[in-house]
Each structure stands twice: as structure tokens, then as C-alpha cells.
Write a protein that binds this ligand. Sequence first.
Ligand code: DUT
Ligand code: MG
Length: 582
Amino acid sequence: MIKVLRYLKQIKSDIILSLVFVVLSQLSSLSLPLLMSLIINNGIANADLQFIKNIGAIMAAISALHVVLSVFNSYYTSKTSAGYGKILREDLFLKVESLSQIDIEKIGTPSLITRCTSDVKVMQDFILMSLRIIISSPIMLIGGTIMAVILNPKLALTILAVFPIIGIIVAIVLKTVIPIFKKRQKMTDEVNRFLRQKLSGIRVIKAFNTINKEDDIFSEKNQRLSFLVLKLQRIMSVLIPVCIVLVVVALDTIIFIATKNIDTLSDPVKIQNTVGDLQAFVIYMIMIVAAVTMSAAMFVIVPRANISAKRIKEILELESQIKDPEVAKDIDNSQKGKVEFENVSFSYEDGENNVLSNISFVAEIGKTTAIIGSTGSGKTTVANLLCRFCDVKEGRVLFGGVDVRELKQKELLSKISYIPQKPVLFSGSIRENLLYGDENASEEKLKKALDISQSSEFVFALENGMESFISQNGTNLSGGQKQRLSIARALVKDADVYIFDDSFSALDFKTDSLLRKALKENLSATVIIVAQRVGTIMNADKIIVLENGKIVGMGKHAQLMEDCAVYREIALSQLSSKEVLQ
Ligand code: DUT
Ligand code: MG
């Protein structure tokens, strides 16, 4: 909790102002019942009109002041909590951005989203409530008690009866409500996870006609969540009447004791005094009980915030598995663009079977190196290791002659342009998406990238050309259009190494070959092409054949056709015998 609260330091002045106004507005309201009793006891009892007027004027002034103070109190407490939420969300977002793919998968995207949104909201509410309740209820409780004692010590004794009841309420809340809050937060995560996954796969669900099944699963989860919320509400709805009973019992007791006094008194002035005291007393009593009720709410808010704070802290404290070295090395200029794998082995989970074993190859500067292999053979993993999205288990990956673990990741990634297997486009215009490659790219560069990636034709056929809007994940584009735009985006970036992970798979053969031709003519950097189609890579300077995470062949097309059975099999299954001999 403390770690998450330390952000408050940044908004110190707002907190101090909130506190000042909370305290002042509470103190101003405390004096009113006392003044009221003065009017009854001294003014009305003695029929002193001037006295009533004077005290009345003071009361009016204090009331006006109270209103002003309360407005400032609301303003500053809201400002503080909103400001706190903003700082916390910003920091969380920065942290999440710095995490590696594996770290993110460990917590899960839906949980990350809930933690950055609803957990932050819980903390924000906690700050607001703390400033308003946690500070003001003790003032009301203690202040009310002191005022009551000043007024009439004998009657004040009845207030003591309230304190044990506070204890009972707190115990009930701690025991029953808090575990439910924990469960509710978990359940919310689960519902979010389910929704996210299913909504992104809605087309598949429709295609396989499994909507009813998904509905049932969702209903069940939803039911469990709503059951928890209901249970919470039920407990809360018992707690509130309990507090109201408390008020009634306390008020009855005071009135009972007071009437007993009246019975035994014969002096009318004393009776009048008792009425004044009683009036003020009832109000103090209500204040005290209100404070108790609010404290009960506090005992719900604090543990709830504690749970959220823990969840937020987990992210803030998460050490990214991919860390920059303390002393980073620089890329060797003479080897700029050279990529080398040295006996690399890798598995996604510790101890599991290796996804890559003993991989060694060199991608020469300015040459095209292709990686081919059946699905699941580890091609994307090679690209992930090169970008250092994960670290090798054994061996080394060298980039420009330096181990990628000895480079700053930012530096490494600035030299690589990567087209992921699954094209990701962001909502915005085509131009905005292209500028992700290089925000300062010139108009010509953007057009050139569109030309090379064979996108110009379809982009400029659109009504708004480069300004056309792409919806999130490019759902308003075809698979091939998305692939070509993500290639264009990567070409906008000036890099030493370009990695195309199966980026031509959705293109027809003609576009595929035109694109490769244009790439060859325009790219002088090192190119690594991952593909499943032999046609895409047969002209590469070096072809690496992967099978089950091992290299089973390396060389040029003609040579591999002769001495690599796996390659020959793939080639013959895809190409006619004439094409194979090209
Ligand atoms: N794998 C994991 N966790 C991951 C990604 C992959 O366990 O996060 C496994 C699945 C597979 C192996 O690693 O058995 C290699 O996966 P990769 O994605 O590297 O295979 P690919 O050659 O790129 O397959 P495809 O052609 O289907 O893209
Ligand atoms: Mg892949």
C-alpha cells in the first residue's frame, strides 16, 4: 500500500489544502448545536431577545462560512484524488510498456487492463474517501464527544455506550466483507479475460456456430460475479440498518435520562435548560453516530484499497526479464547489419523441451537470408531472439558483432525493422500507421514504401488515399492489404536488418514476386525472410532449413535440392519440376 501511496508526494500542496478545508469545515459545524442550546437555555428561558439576535447572527455567519469551506473541501479532495489517479495510471502504463512479452503473458493482458483501470479507480476513490471520511469522522467523533461533555457530563456518559458497538461492526466487516472483495476482484479479471478473448474471436465463434455454448459459459461466470456483488450488497444492507438502530437506541437513552431529570426538577428554568441541552445533545449524538457509520464504510474501503494496491504493486515491482546491461556496448561499425547465432538453444518455459537446439548461422551484411520450415519448427522464435523479446537459454545471438544482451534494447531495436507474422495495425489513418516506422519520414519516403510493398495501387484507389482510416487491428482491410501495409511501415524505418516473418503468406504469387523484386532493388540492408513457400525464398543468398528447432540444411536452393531431403520434400510438394530447377 505504501509503495502505491508514495505518489501522493507529487501532489502535496493539494493534499494539504484538502486537509485544511476538511478540518475547518468540520470544526465550523461543531459549534452550531452548542450555540443553539445557548439560545434556548439563555435566550428563550430569560426572554432575552437581544441575546437571541446576537447568537443567531453568529450562527448565520458560521453557517455561511461552513458552506464556503465545504465547497473548497469538495473541490480540493476531488482534485487530489483525480490527480493521484492520473499519476498512478501514467506510471503503470510506462511500466507495462517496458515489460517483455513473457512478463506480460505471465500476468495476462485482461488483468493488466483491470489493474490499470478499475484498481486505479479503487485507489482514487480511497484517496477521496480518506480525505473526506477518515479525517472528518474522528473530528466529528471526538469533537462531538468533547462538546457533549462540556454541555452536560452526565448525559455525555450515554455516548460511551456507542463505542463497544463500533468494535462489533468493525469485526463483522473485517471477517465477512473483505474476503468477498478479494474474490470479486478476481472474478472481474476472469470475466474481462473471457470477454476479451471471445470478442476478438467473434468471427470464429460465429463461423463455428458455438454462440450458445459461449453464452452458457459467460452466463455462468457472470452469475458468479453478480452473486458475489449481491452478497456484498446484502451484508452492507444489514450493516446500515444496524447503524440506524444504534442511533435510535442512543437517542432513546438520552431522552429517557433527560426526562427522568425533568421529572425530578421543579424549577422551570432548569427544565428549560434541559430542553436546550437535549436539543444540542441529539444533534451531537447524530454527528457521532454518523461518524461511526462512516468509519464502518472506511473499514470496507481500506481493505478494498489494500487489495487493489497489492495488485498495482505487483506490476510496479515486476522486474522485466529483459534488462539492459549496466554497461552497454556499441555496435561494431564494420559489422553493421551482421547477424550471427552461435549454438543457440531456447525453450519458452524453464525445463521444457527445447524449441530451438544448437542453432548456428550467419546472416551476412546486405545479403538475403531465408528461413524455411514447417509450422512450429521455430522460425518466429529465431526472430524473437534476434529482437531480444526473449533471451537465449544457451549460446549467443550477435548483432553487429555484439551479444544482444550487451546492447541497450532500444539501441538494438532501432537498428531492426521487424514485420511480425501477425500484422498489427493501429486505428488511425494509413499515414499515421506508416509514420510509426519513422515519425519524421518525408512524403516521398512514404510513397516509396507503399510502392515497394505493392500497396500504392489499393491505397490510392481509396477515396482518401493515405488519409483513409484504418480501424483497430485493420479489420476494414483484407489480410493481404494488412500484410502489405505492415511491410510498408517497416520499410519507412531505416534499419540495418529487416526481418519479414512470413510476411508474404497472404499475397498472391504475382504480388509476392513483384514485391520481392522491388525489395531486392531497393534494400541494401541485411534481409531475413521467414517463409513457408519455397517460391518466396528460392532466390535468397542463403536458405536455412529448420525442422523441430534444429537446422537440417543450409545453403542455396540448387545445393539444398541436392543434399537436403527435408527441403527437397517441401519444394517438390509446392513447385512443379520445372520451377524447382529455376
Ligand atoms: N511456442 C511456445 N510459446 C510461444 C510461442 C511458441 O511454446 O509463446 C512453441 C510452439 C512451437 C514452437 O514454440 O512448438 C515454435 O514456435 P514458432 O512460433 O517459432 O514456430 P514457427 O516456425 O514460427 O511456426 P509457424 O510457421 O506456424 O509460424
Ligand atoms: Mg511463425
